[in-house]
Design a binder for this molecule. Structure first.
Ligand code: SAH
Length: 245
């Protein structure tokens, strides 16, 4: 286990020589589950200052301390892309958050639309999924999962400079090439909008059609489930405008 590549997100600013106290869950994971001991190496990141190599300085059942040694990777932030999605069933919502974090969304925003079934979300649990995804995928950034907001309220105060890739199932059919949007100034902030199982209402469609920042697109000829649609849209966007280029 000495050289195991365990990556851990820690909620404190990191720097050389720093001590990082570990709480019960992290101590349990490192010392009981992964069986690390004194002197073993862990990679840590705080979401802002890159990845650091740390060694175990104290290992207890319920607590422990890591000492930060040196930076192993610089901070890498994703492009300024938000994922707006309507929460669906628990496991599929978890999937959307995990995939969005892996695929490089900067912020994950659950939105309540007219046909959204689930009225509540566990924001803390979804945030924990985003952290876990960042730990697993080698990321140094953890996207914030925001509280559930109403889509109409969000659109009322929508920033002028943030474009919206509005994935509209009513357009299912031949793809409207995303690349044509690239002629606009595509370098600024963006958001992807994915609807619930019930799709968007006519009122929502009209509201979005009236918003100059919104660009409605098709994700191909078949109707995708919302979780599939989220991954497909993130792929398209990253490939066209994002950090996959
Ligand atoms: N009940 C709806 C489908 C909703 S699918 C119906 O049968 O019409 C869930 C979400 O995934 C949609 O709101 C949309 O954002 C996205 N989506 C699924 N398939 C799509 C497609 N072919 N084109 C664009 N968006 C799609």
């Amino acid at each position: 286990m000495r050289n195991a590549k365990i990556r851990l997100y820690v909620d404190q600013p990191l720097g050389q020589g720093q001590s990082v106290p570990l709480g019960g869950d992290q101590a349990h994971y490192l010392f009981s589950v992964m069986r690390l001991g004194l002197g073993d190496v862990v990679l840590v990141f705080d979401g802002h200052s890159g990845e650091w190599r740390a060694t175990v300085a104290e290992a207890g059942k319920k607590r422990g301390i890591l000492t930060v040694e040196e930076q192993t990777r610089p901070q890498q932030n994703p492009p300024d892309l938000w994922l707006l999605f309507a929460p669906i069933k628990k496991a599929r919502t978890d999937f959307i958050v995990e995939k969005a974090a892996e695929m490089g969304a900067a912020r994950i925003c659950p939105v309540q639309t007219e046909f959204t079934n689930s009225e509540r979300i566990r924001q803390d649990r979804l945030q924990a999924h985003a952290v876990e995804a960042a730990e697993q995928c080698g990321g140094t950034y953890v996207p914030e999962v925001t509280a559930l907001q109403r889509l109409d309220a969000l659109l009322n105060t929508w920033p002028d400079d943030r474009q919206i890739l509005f994935c509209d199932e009513a357009l299912a059919g031949p793809s409207l090439a995303l690349i044509s949007l690239a002629k606009n100034d595509s370098s600024g902030p963006w958001a992807i909008l994915i609807g619930p199982e019930g799709g968007f209402s006519d009122a929502e469609r009209q509201r979005l059609a009236a918003l100059p920042q919104a660009h409605a697109i098709s994700l191909g000829p078949r109707i995708l489930r919302a979780d599939t649609a989220a991954v497909a849209a993130l792929t398209l966007w990253q490939q066209t405008f994002g950090d996959w280029r």
